[in-house]
Design a protein. Structure first.
Length: 442
């Protein structure tokens, strides 16, 4: 396992730069990283345009429906997708999922240029993306392990995450520009949707040139195991590993109470007394970029600390910091303080999720990585359910008070406070991970 490798020598920054240089010299990984950079840029602009179109047309209840549309199929199919990634060619599976994303994006763009997009279609698009993502995420995560040496798995996952956060910095700003292109004062989401369609092309062109799977990835098939048996093996492995259970518990808490703040941002902006108005999508883009900039910093910190000997303390600090940042964000009266709080929320959230995910990969044999990655994604699927419930509750509070946007503050602050309290209750198991990491590095 990658945690068996010796820690890099020197400072965290030195380890980070050394790992990045080494990975960048691998041509296939470098090309994959760049192609994903383009694809993720389109996805970032798409998510912004989709969320803004939904909240301005259908309000907080529309955001709730959108979140449920994505979360339900992803949650139900994650373990199936993980087993598929361990049983069939990950390259072939990844090609199918990316083609599926392209067809969905093309459909939404064609409908959007004709006028108003009904809510049911927006939810259906998100549902299709959620179902495809259940197969795409474990295939993508496991595919990265095929491109790099075993001792660099964790660093490669962190560097890939850094590319996602780079695009999330500039994607919202680009989305804001694309929404402003047009002959009228309304926002033009169809332009952002078209850019998303084009962004899939470099990655689809590259996929046939990715490396063939290693023999270990077909271990389940060679043993003649049934599909259900393959799924059960992954669940049984997680059940027998206390370290994996602790990591998945923390991930579930962070995704349930912390990370929904990103989905709820359009509600915050749309109902804010100083940010509402005709140009409010610009404030939304600024906050998304602040979150992504923080996420990029968090990804770099994750790369620097992934080979360290104190992962539990880092996870604890990041999760508590996320809860505190959310409280500060919800309480911000002006865009400047909101952007600063969003930056810290993005940094702490990405650091917590990425370090947790990297440790899960590090404690898992290669033949089980697809299934364990999918089980971890079940925790991530809680984000959609939580965001939907929070959006619905915010909508209900606003109806009771008669004041638009009045439900955001009490709901979001409560989630941040509860997150900090629950994470502190998990302090013991998290700090115990340090002994496991130290013994694995010895």
């Amino acid at each position: 396992m990658p945690l068996d490798a010796e820690d890099s020598q020197g400072s965290p920054i030195g380890r980070l730069l050394s790992s990045a240089r080494s990975l960048w010299q691998l041509r296939v990984f470098r090309r994959f990283w760049v192609a994903n950079l383009v694809s993720n840029l389109g996805t970032s602009a798409f998510v912004m345009a989709l969320s803004w179109l939904t909240v301005k047309t259908y309000g907080a209840s529309g955001i709730a429906a959108l979140a449920l549309g994505y979360g339900v199929p992803q949650f139900l199919l994650n373990v199936v997708g993980g087993a598929a990634a361990d049983r069939i060619s990950r390259r072939r599976l990844f090609q199918l999922t990316e083609t599926g994303f392209l067809l969905v994006a093309l459909t939404l763009w064609l409908v959007s240029i004709g006028g108003t997009v009904p809510l049911w279609l927006l939810v259906a698009v998100n549902a299709c993306n959620g179902a495809i993502s259940a197969f795409d995420s474990p295939a993508r995560t496991a595919l990265i392990s095929e491109m790099v040496p075993q001792h660099q798995w964790m660093e490669a996952q962190q560097l890939y995450s850094a590319s996602s956060n780079i695009t999330n910095i500039f994607g919202p700003a680009l989305g804001g520009v694309l929404l402003s292109i047009g002959t009228s004062n309304r926002s033009h989401e169809e332009v952002a949707f078209f850019f998303n369609v084009l962004s899939f092309l470099p990655l689809l062109i590259l996929i046939p040139f990715l490396p063939s799977p290693r023999a270990a990835t077909h271990a389940a098939r060679s043993k003649g195991e049934s599909f259900l048996r393959s799924v059960a093996e992954g669940l049984q492995f997680v059940r027998g590993q206390w370290s994996l259970r602790s990591l998945l518990q923390l991930l579930a808490v962070v995704m349930l109470l912390g990370m929904p703040f990103q989905t709820l941002l359009p509600i915050f902006v749309h109902g804010h007394p100083s940010m509402g108005g005709g140009q409010s999508h610009g404030y939304y883009a600024a906050l998304l970029s602040a979150v992504a900039l923080g996420g990029f910093v968090g990804a770099l910190l994750g790369m620097a600390s992934s080979s360290g000997r104190r992962p539990g303390g880092s996870l604890l600090a990041a999760a508590v910091g996320l809860g505190l940042s959310i409280v500060l964000l919800a309480s911000s009266a002006v865009i400047h303080w909101a952007s600063l709080a969003a930056f810290f929320a993005g940094a702490c959230g990405v650091l917590a999720v990425n370090l947790d995910t990297a440790l899960v990969e590090g404690f898992t044999p290669v033949a089980l990585q697809g299934r364990v990655s999918a089980i971890a994604s079940l925790s991530k699927g809680l984000q959609s359910f939580s965001a939907a419930a929070a959006s619905g509750l915010m909508h209900g509070v606003a109806l009771l008070t008669g004041v638009p946007g009045s439900g955001y503050w009490p709901v979001q602050v409560s989630m941040g406070v509860v997150l900090m309290l629950v994470v502190l209750l998990l302090r013991g198991p998290l700090l115990a991970l340090e002994a496991r990491a130290a013994s694995a590095s010895a």
